[in-house]
Design a protein around this ligand. Structure first.
Ligand code: UDX
Ligand code: UDX
Length: 434
């Protein structure tokens, strides 16, 4: 099947590469010529496990990258919109790139029937606007449907999530579009027995915002429990482990830390809140989720201030900059706000991350970037863990203790056993741990 992907970011690139690997003829479009030039050489613009191998495997066979949108639209039966939907200052999703993509698609539509798929995360009723836009700007008489097919891929496991999804959600209002979308996912449905939920377009749009808000709620619940445990002298890991054993609750997304970040949760729950406001529904529940997330970071900083007393001139090592492990993505990464605050208080910062340093270098020129975790810990008066990369779980802590000026660890992701590190002579502070 001939498929076009508009927007070759984390979501578009993963979707395009995976659909090509499933046997479709895919052309990925991006308005950024540098990105396209690198992709044409098989170089991925993002760090995502497995993605470069799949690009190289399919490139110039059934996978192509182009800047020019016209041929892709004319030749494709299904066109996925995967452009970014950043938040406006008031939290509302900014749909200017979606509108631009719809206008561009409209310009090059011909009389062949096409399915336009919203894969970007958008507020409910966006598909209707995309449809109106295409109708308004189409130069030829067109036959098309707009479908909502939200993505649920997590960065770091994006390929696996796309090729082995928990469910495929297809929001359609016509049988013709439904059949086309089932054809797109036929290899997954037949080989992987993937569950397909066919729903209305509006429901599909809400499923995405609903799922992300629920997951963010689970994390904020874990962080609230961590605050409770710290105040009451209990251990949040013991409490949450036992709570999660209830099959109705489960353990996933119940790890307390320094808060959720990334390009999706903060943006999507803010957009959902805006949707609630527009629909006249009280949104204080969602505000509470955001507030607890904000507090998770604030509490971490308070602990550091309390322990180190004066931050001015103190050397602090930070391990982990990405918003989570196995990605180089730093969008809304908690580490960034922590760096900003400590820097403002006069601390000297040394950082290390296995993948995300190049992205952080674009933001901060006045911190030290280290080639390994030990250099970041060297002479430090405190070591902060902000991302739970496996590399940090296996650190030689005896060596770390020797090279630090004062052996103090603030473990924002609970990667160490408090007793073990304390027995080694560290002052240790985790999240929700006694
Ligand atoms: C984006 C959205 O932010 C998210 O809500 C949605 O679920 C999926 O798409 P992501 O893939 O992480 O997420 O965005 P990003 O990495 O910024 O990629 C967007 C790509 O679209 C970029 O490569 C950008 O160059 C491209 N783009 C954007 C276009 O090609 N044309 C445009 O008009 C705008
Ligand atoms: C998320 C959704 O999981 C995915 O389904 C959706 O399509 C896009 O948004 P992603 O942003 O890639 O994916 O990362 P995710 O693994 O969900 O983690 C988000 C944030 O929550 C990270 O900052 C992570 O550190 C944090 N988190 C996650 C916790 O703090 N505790 C947890 O228990 C789980």
């Amino acid at each position: 099947m001939k498929i076009a992907i508009i927007g070759t970011g984390y979501v578009g690139l993963t979707t395009g590469v995976c659909l090509a690997d499933l046997g479709h003829q895919v052309v990925c479009i991006d308005h950024n010529p540098d990105k396209v030039a690198r992709l044409k050489q098989g170089i991925s613009p993002i760090f995502e496990p497995g993605i470069e191998d799949l690009i190289k495997k399919n490139l110039n066979k059934n996978l192509a990258f182009e800047v020019e949108i016209a041929p892709a639209v004319k030749n494709s039966e299904v066109i996925f919109i995967c452009v970014n939907t950043p938040p406006k200052p008031n939290g509302q999703a900014d749909l200017k790139y979606i509108e631009k993509a719809a206008r561009e698609i409209a310009q090059f539509m011909n009389s062949d029937y096409k399915v336009i798929v919203d894969k970007s995360t958008v507020p409910v009723r966006t598909a209707e606007k995309v449809k109106e836009t295409i109708m308004a700007y189409a130069t030829e008489k067109t036959k098309f449907d707009v479908v909502s097919n939200p993505e649920f891929l997590r960065e770091g496991s994006a390929i696996k999530d796309t090729l082995n999804p928990d469910r495929i959600v297809i929001g359609v209002d016509s049988d013709q579009a439904k059949e086309k979308m089932l054809e797109v996912y036929k290899p997954l449905i037949e080989k992987e027995n993937s569950i397909v939920k066919i729903v209305s377009v509006r429901s599909a749009e809400l499923i995405k915002h609903g799922a992300n808000t629920f997951l963010a709620t689970k994390i904020s619940f874990a962080n609230l429990m961590a605050e409770t445990c710290e105040a009451a002298g209990a251990d949040a890991l013991e409490v949450l482990e036992a709570i999660g054993l209830d099959k109705r609750i489960g353990h996933q997304f119940l790890s307390p830390g320094i808060g959720f970040g990334g390009s999706c949760f903060p943006k999507d729950i803010a957009a959902y809140k805006k949707t609630l406001e527009i629909l006249g529904i009280d949104y204080s529940f969602v505000s509470a989720v955001e507030e607890i997330n904000r507090r998770a970071q604030e509490n971490f900083l308070h602990k550091i201030e309390k322990e180190l007393w004066v931050l001015d001139g103190k050397q602090i090592g930070i391990l982990g900059l990405a918003f989570k492990p196995n990605t180089d993505d730093i969008r809304n990464a908690p580490a960034l706000k922590i760096i900003e605050k400590l820097k403002n208080d006069g601390a000297k910062i040394k950082v290390y991350d296995p993948q995300a340093m190049a992205n952080v270098k674009k933001l901060f020129s006045d911190i030290e970037y280290c080639d390994n975790p030990y250099l970041a810990a060297q002479d430090a008066e405190a070591l902060l863990i902000c991302t739970e990369w496996d590399e940090f779980k296996n650190l030689d802590l005896a060596k770390i203790k020797k090279i630090m000026l004062t052996p103090v660890i603030f473990d924002g992701r609970n990667i160490f056993n408090p007793q073990t590190v304390r027995d080694m002579g560290f002052k240790y502070s985790g999240i929700g741990r006694p």
